[in-house]
Design a binder for this molecule. Sequence first.
Ligand SMILES: C[S@@+](CC[C@H](N)C(=O)[O-])C[C@H]1O[C@@H](n2cnc3c(N)ncnc32)[C@H](O)[C@@H]1O
Length: 217
Amino acid sequence: MVDTGENVTQRVAPPAVDPAAGVQAYYAQNAGRLGQRYGSVTFEEVHGGVLDLLPPVPARVVDIGAGTGRDAAALAARGYQVVAAEPVRELREVAQQQHPSENVSWAEDSLPELSRLDETFDLALLSAVWMHLPLAERGRAMERLAALLAPAGLLVISLRRGDPPTDRVMFDVPAEDVVSLGERAGLRLVRLVEEGRDRLGRADVWWQTVVLRKGEG
Ligand SMILES: C[S@@+](CC[C@H](N)C(=O)[O-])C[C@H]1O[C@@H](n2cnc3c(N)ncnc32)[C@H](O)[C@@H]1O
């Protein structure tokens, strides 16, 4: 509410997030609310279609764009040593409050470079992240992901489908595009899961999950 000085009070809308400021501004401003929302479903509910493909423990896992830490903590609870890469400080802070885990180490890092990661992983997870990458960055990002995988390592990418919202940078990227980019980077398709409806209840959103493996495995 704004006092105009004339005993008239006007209702003003909260400042809109400027998409040009980048996707990180949206996540920074909404971190607390999103932590509640992402935590309202479990890792097993969200990724049930690929659970049987997870590598045997012990194994090294990286959760890229780990957000508020739901998946990183669940993977750590399954016995993996987890690196959680997340560019937005506010999300990392929510994660450490909502999903603390001794077996998750957090890194401030982002695609396409992921310049702070200096080891290889048996599993890389990108849950609801790829849709934020502009076309010009996707090839480089896939090459980097392939380089981060150990031999026979798995890359799991879940894709939010449907018309993107206008309040943040987002693209509707079909699974086939991800598969072709992966093949160019030396990854082969293991599974495509048509997840269907949005588990958070948004009518205009649906999901696909692509699982790629490095080399012949
Ligand atoms: C919809 S949230 C998903 C968070 C979490 N993976 C989950 O499934 O709950 C998208 C996440 O991608 C992150 N992100 C956006 N652009 C990114 C980039 N270029 N590199 C890494 N993460 C990015 C955001 O900061 C945010 O944490």
